[in-house]
Write a protein that binds this ligand. Structure first.
Ligand code: PEP
Ligand code: MN
Length: 265
């Protein structure tokens, strides 16, 4: 299998501009759950950059559990985010939900995200195999490691070699946390595969006060990068994910801590 360590013993290093993912340096992607307005994404981009992050995250198309919830601002959001990224010197990552939107998302964003609910959307994965932009593939909330690696295989088989795997929490019997962040996924996926592994402690816990400790734990477990939600006004965010979003000062403090932690691990 193309995703396997057996097939490809060396780590895959994804280079985008001067950012290298999987090459030993920790990459931090930060930003809101959803792009809400040009002002919102510009201000958050400024804060992500100031804190030392490399990639701006934000959803323009949101895969909401219910059809009446805010669905994202769409293509306008892609444009707003691209402008904010360029202005502040950040790469951008955004979720794509359907094959029809892959080309336009790839035009505006540097990395395309496949959400947990779409991990086995095989038409989407095949289409992502045809483009030449890096993809961050989130683990389905009930998917095994093998199923995640097979989903990655669909993209790799199409010829797109730049795939990152993302642990974002799985569904367990525990209801206190939104999901259970499976820390074992980080070393297991790195042993089974050569692809970079990114941890998402925001969706992995669903609780702001757990994001900092689970970020540190992810780094200790060997994560190649992090994707963390941060919002300037989390209590009034347009998705329910404000409760798991860090305030800007918390985000900045966390990144300062990581700088000290990363070299000793
Ligand atoms: C997100 O990153 O905002 C998101 C919807 O993530 P997930 O697919 O992991 O729920
Ligand atoms: Mn979210």
């Amino acid at each position: 299998k193309l995703a396997s360590r057996e097939f490809h013993p060396e780590n895959t290093v994804i280079e985008i501009g001067d950012v290298r993912i999987g090459g030993g340096e920790l990459v931090v992607m930060g930003g809101p759950c959803a792009v809400e307005s040009a002002e919102q994404i510009d201000e958050i981009a400024r804060l992500v950059k100031a804190a030392g992050g490399q990639v701006l995250r934000g959803g323009a198309f949101k895969p909401r559990t219910g059809p009446y919830s805010f669905q994202g601002v769409g293509v306008e959001g892609l444009i707003m985010m691209a402008e904010a990224g360029k202005k502040h010197g950040l790469l951008t990552i955004t979720e794509v939900m359907t094959p029809e939107y892959v080309d336009i998302c790839a035009e505006y964003a540097d990395i395309l995200q496949v959400g947990t609910r779409n991990m086995q959307n095989f038409d989407l994965l095949r289409k992502l195999g045809e483009i030449r932009k890096p993809v961050l593939l989130k683990r389905g909330f009930s998917a095994t490691y093998d199923e995640l690696l097979n989903a990655a295989e669909y993209i790799l088989a199409g010829g797109n070699k730049d795939v990152m795997l993302c642990e974002r929490g799985i569904r367990t019997f525990e209801g206190y946390t939104r999901n259970t962040l499976d820390l074992s996924a980080i070393p297991v996926l790195q042993q089974l595969s050569h692809l970079p592994v990114i941890s998402d402690p925001s969706h992995g816990t669903g609780r702001r006060e757990l994001v900092e400790p689970m970020t540190r734990a992810s780094v200790a477990a060997g994560a190649d990068g992090l994707i963390i939600e941060m919002h300037t006004d989390p209590d009034n965010s347009m998705t329910g994910d404000g409760v798991q979003s860090l305030f800007p000062d918390q985000f900045a403090r966390l990144l300062r801590e990581l700088e000290q932690l990363a070299p000793i691990l």
